[in-house]
Ligand binder design. Structure first.
Ligand SMILES: Cc1ncc(COP(=O)(O)O)c(C=O)c1O
Length: 421
């Protein structure tokens, strides 16, 4: 959100700066609190992007900042000599307990994509196979390897195509997954229980159970990427719990884990996978990274878990998620608009019926119309028919009502535009 003259424009990403300004966001934020961002000139925006799901408490939760400021001033080292991290132990213990992974271990990284990369490596070492199976529409980050996993070839333009061993099946196609696994060369199936980038597409319980039993049968590691959906967004600690599925062999977390303040990710894995990697002779440090388990990141993660519990946010997700879904459906159903997703991982999906009432390119125009009503949402990169809503988990009823009013007004503007053509 820069102006034409600032350093971001000159030295970081002028192309993106142009896109953002073209969309009409040509002022800078001057402050942010909870679900709101205030811009230069005083206009306020409702932020339903939440750092792409990385801010469960929205902006600047005082209780989190206060707790973390004590850690900042602690005399303890942030990076302990030789990499032993005591706070990592405390955070890992809680994550394993919440996940229900029997006898689990945790590897901590920084970004989400680092967790994805580590998980593939662990699965390959554990199974001694090279095959990776991913799902159409999925998104797992943008490192070079992760572009091979993406469920949309857009991210692979001018790059090395995926290796032969990396395969993809359509969302929901359990039979295709079974057929791949039967060849017994697949190290891991990597899937998001809720596909955010594809517009909050949710797997159903039965399919997840079938995939898990096929993975067991053929010795393949099942990895759930919960980097977006984990830690409360679906109303439980993990989306697989909301979907009543069993814990898989590995679970990936990041985003919400540190409240949007520190880049931290976590690979939760069954002990047998940990042993295959680190339990070998001379291999206790065979995988790692400089900032793995850094004290501030771990402390931040511990505070986030405490605050998620203290503020009863999982309950708030269910209540406000329902309010938001009902409001969206009430306002848009007659125009052919649907609400998809679970908890506060939601999307507004357009259907062919919208064409008659609202014209074409409805999702893109709706995104823009909401922006004009001071509401920030996310176009779904893997589904041009959807926009994504990721409110903070502490969103209030009055903020949901503000959104619904803006949505109704945006739809009215679009209907008027359509009638005028
Ligand atoms: C499901 C999922 N996996 C992985 C990633 C990559 O995380 P990061 O951007 O921190 O590398 C993302 C990012 O949006 C994501 O949504």
């Amino acid at each position: 959100m820069g102006t034409k003259t600032d350093e971001y424009e000159r030295f970081v990403n002028p192309a993106w700066s142009d896109v953002v300004q073209l969309a009409g966001l040509n002022t800078k934020p001057v402050s942010a609190s909870g679900s709101w961002i205030t811009m230069q000139g005083g206009s306020r925006f409702l932020d339903f992007v939440s750092g792409y799901g990385a801010m469960p408490f929205g902006h600047h939760l005082p209780a989190l900042l206060y707790r973390l400021s004590n850690d900042l001033h602690s005399p303890l080292p942030n990076l302990n000599p030789l990499g032993i991290s005591f706070d990592a132990g405390a955070l890992a213990a809680q994550l394993i307990e919440l996940s229900g992974l029997p006898d689990g271990k945790v590897y901590f990284g920084s970004s989400g994509v680092e967790a994805v990369d580590a998980a593939l490596k662990f699965a390959m070492v554990h199974t001694r196979r090279k095959g990776i199976l991913t799902i159409g529409g999925g998104f797992h980050g943008l490192s070079h390897t992760a572009t091979w996993l993406a469920g949309n070839s857009f991210w692979r333009r001018n790059l090395t195509p995926p290796p032969e061993d990396f395969k993809q099946v359509d969302f929901g196609d359990v039979a295709a997954i079974r057929a791949h696994l039967a060849r017994k060369d697949v190290a891991a199936v990597l899937l998001e229980p809720v596909q955010g980038t594809a517009g909050a597409r949710v797997w159903n319980r039965e399919d997840l159970a079938d995939i898990a039993s096929e993975c067991d049968l053929y010795g393949t590691v099942l990895i759930f990427d919960e980097i977006l959906s984990g830690l409360g967004r679906t109303g439980d600690w993990f989306a697989y719990q909301t979907l009543r599925a069993s814990p898989p062999q590995m679970v990936l977390l990041s985003k919400a884990l540190t409240g949007g303040l520190f880049p931290v990710s976590a690979v939760l894995m069954r002990n047998s996978i940990y042993q295959s990697m680190f339990g070998r002779e001379g291999a206790a440090k065979i995988h790692g990274s400089t900032f793995s388990g850094n004290r501030l990141g771990m402390r931040c993660g511990l505070h986030v878990l405490t605050l998620l519990r203290e503020l009863k946010l999982r309950m708030n997700v269910c209540t406000q998620g329902e309010r938001l879904r009902n409001g969206i459906e009430h306002a848009g159903a007659s125009l052919g608009l649907r609400c998809d997703g679970i908890g506060l991982a939601l999307s507004i999906r357009t259907t062919p019926e919208c064409l008659r009432h609202l014209g074409d390119a409805v999702a893109a125009r709706l995104w823009h119309a909401l922006l004009n009503k001071n509401v920030l949402t996310i176009p779904a990169a893997h589904d041009p028919a959807s926009i994504r809503l990721l409110p903070p988990l502490n969103v209030t009823a009055s903020e949901i009502d503000f959104f619904i009013q803006a949505y109704e007004a945006a739809l009215l503007d679009m209907q008027n535009e359509q009638e005028a053509t």
